[in-house]
Design a protein around this ligand. Structure first.
Ligand code: BV8
Length: 248
């Protein structure tokens, strides 16, 4: 499945950066976006995950995120998330750059999580920007109304990055720092089609990192990484950690 070289690289690594996508949460029961049965199969991204769609039909978008938030709340971190936490016992600094908005890396206990596309459990007012409790959104949606801010009546939105929106500068800085200084870069469970996240694996390779991809299906970077490991994150990552534990 994976080479002795990977275990050697991880054993000698001071810094590991991990890019994760929806695939690492698939085994927690959270649908991916582009797989058969995935989220985008029912809706086009441009229909929902952008500001224009939100302003045109706030209730639809708020209702979609409310549904996804409920799926996330019912989900638990899986062996893939937990393997990344275990990796912190072997490597001084593990930075997990996640495109996922499902909060599962935080709940699994990862120490350094960069929320590259935000976090669905947080919501804020589009006018005064104050945080708004999800219960208020749920109540409004159940009443058939768009959710508004308790202070200024502005529309409430999820704290996620939509298409066409800039990523949080702090997340960009932290991800860039981790990517360009790591000894090993793991790309796990992402179709590697959404930018700027999709650029990170090759940026790491250009900076001299040993780059490994974990995905049951090949992606645009599979031919350019040092190791492409075909398999589910919930099996491949724990297997790597078991080898690391034995070699320690
Ligand atoms: C920006 C919101 C500056 C939160 C998301 C033309 C060319 C290049 C780029 C662009 C372009 N036109 C516009 C752009 C920029 C655009 C972009 O990249 N578009 C793409 C689609 C072409 N990017 C942006 O707009 C970004 N902002 O660039 O700002 C700017 C501004 C204006 C104009 C230009 C630039 C913002 C991007 C963020 C968008 N928000 N989500 C939410 O609702 O969740 S994107 C959405 O897709 C997700 O958030 C996710 O992050 C992203 C990627 O999806 P994946 O996580 O990879 O999931 P996917 O289903 O695709 O794949 C799952 C994978 O897992 C599969 O490979 C599968 O095989 C694998 N898998 C399945 N099971 C398992 C598994 N792997 C392991 N284990 C398993 N068990």
């Amino acid at each position: 499945m994976y080479s002795d070289a990977l275990i050697d690289h991880l054993r000698s690594a001071d810094r590991v950066a991990v890019l994760t996508g929806a695939g690492i949460s698939a085994e927690s029961g959270i649908p991916t976006f582009r797989d058969p049965g995935g989220i985008w199969e029912k809706f086009e991204p441009q229909e929902l995950a952008n500001v224009e769609a939100f302003l045109e039909n706030p209730e639809l978008v708020q209702g979609w995120y409310r549904h996804r938030r409920q799926v996330v709340e019912d989900a638990e971190p899986n062996d893939g998330h937990r393997a990344l936490v275990r990796l912190e016992q072997h490597v001084d600094l593990v930075t997990t750059i996640t495109q996922n908005v499902d909060d599962l890396h935080n709940r699994a206990g990862s120490s350094e999580v960069v929320e590259f596309h935000g976090n669905i459990t947080r919501n804020y007012c589009t006018d005064c920007e104050q945080d708004v409790d999800a219960a208020r959104i749920d109540a409004a949606i159940e009443d058939g109304q768009p959710a508004t801010c308790p202070e200024c009546e502005g529309l409430v939105r999820p704290d996620v990055v939509w298409f066409g929106e800039m990523l949080p500068p702090d997340a960009m800085d932290r991800a860039s720092e981790a990517t360009t200084t790591c000894d090993v870069f793991l790309s796990v469970g992402t179709s590697t089609v959404v930018y700027p996240a999709a650029r990170l694996p090759m940026l790491a390779k250009e900076a001299g990192a040993y780059v490994v991809e974990v995905n049951p299906d090949r992606t645009p970077i599979s031919g350019n990484v040092d190791e492409y490991l075909a398999g589910p994150a919930g099996e491949v990552l724990p297997a790597i950690l078991s080898s690391l534990d034995k070699a320690a």
